[in-house]
Write a protein that binds this ligand. Structure first.
Ligand code: DX5
Ligand code: ZN
Length: 224
């Protein structure tokens, strides 16, 4: 996988044409498809689940999918998603009784395991599960909706999380989700993120390719 990954969130796509929208965003240069699962319980919104992912797979959509689970209880859902071969399967520590067990289930099911940190959740939550983590997702908005404003304090959280990952010596991706646009992506990358979710910034634009291209330009300026 390349250094920087861009993961458009289909939460802001036109759900009546979901397959086409995914095709368009992949053609526009998306690396991953971010798939937000919300249950109107853990978060105040209701979106899509394994049935929708199953029909995407059945329609031949085989791009890497980054499932972001904002639902509880998680363990029974994990099994359903794992059967659909996601690249990453990410959970919130607050949504499971036993984070360690849930992460192990994800790994055993053949996906990469992610932990999502809400704005108030400290990276220290990861300390004793680090060996089971492939991705840390720093929420830069409160989970539940697209199109919210980036919380500035997330930059500090990204920096602290990056330091923790580096100190662990493990290969763990650092993803940021919420309010990412071409005009703040470089600052977030500088703080240490390498994977960027963007929903409204991509799907709210007429030309998906132009937005992804603008984001990559910002990132390549950092790579020098
Ligand atoms: C919010 C979701 C995000 C959302 C991001 O709870 O987890 O993935 O789609 O949307 P934007 O990029 O519009 O903030
Ligand atoms: Zn998300």
């Amino acid at each position: 996988m390349s250094k920087y990954l861009i993961a458009p969130s289909i939460l802001s796509a036109d759900f009546s044409r979901l397959g086409e929208e995914i095709g368009a965003v992949v053609a526009a240069g998306a690396d991953l498809i971010h798939f937000d699962v919300m249950d109107n319980h853990y978060v105040p919104n209701l979106t899509i689940g394994p049935l929708v992912m199953k029909s995407l797979r059945q329609a031949g959509i085989d791009v890497p999918i980054d499932v972001h689970l904002m639902a509880t209880p998680v363990d029974s859902l994990l099994e359903e998603f794992l059967g659909l071969k996601p690249e990453f399967l990410t959970i919130h520590p607050e949504s499971t009784q036993h984070l360690h067990r849930s992460l192990a289930l994800i790994r055993e099911g053949g996906a990469k395991a992610g932990v999502a940190l809400n704005p108030e959740t400290p990276p220290e939550t990861l300390r004793y599960v680090m060996e089971l983590v492939d991705l840390v997702l720093v929420m830069s908005v409160n989970p539940g909706f697209g199109g919210q404003q980036f919380i500035e304090e997330s930059i500090t959280k990204v920096r602290d999380t990056r330091a923790m990952i580096d100190a662990s010596g493990r290969h763990i991706r650092l993803e940021v989700d919420g309010g990412i646009k071409a005009d703040n992506i470089a600052r977030v990358a500088e703080a240490g993120a390498d994977t960027f979710v963007a929903g409204s910034a991509v799907f709210g634009a007429k030309d998906y390719g132009a937005v992804i291209e603008a984001m990559r330009r910002e990132l390549s300026a950092l790579e020098g």
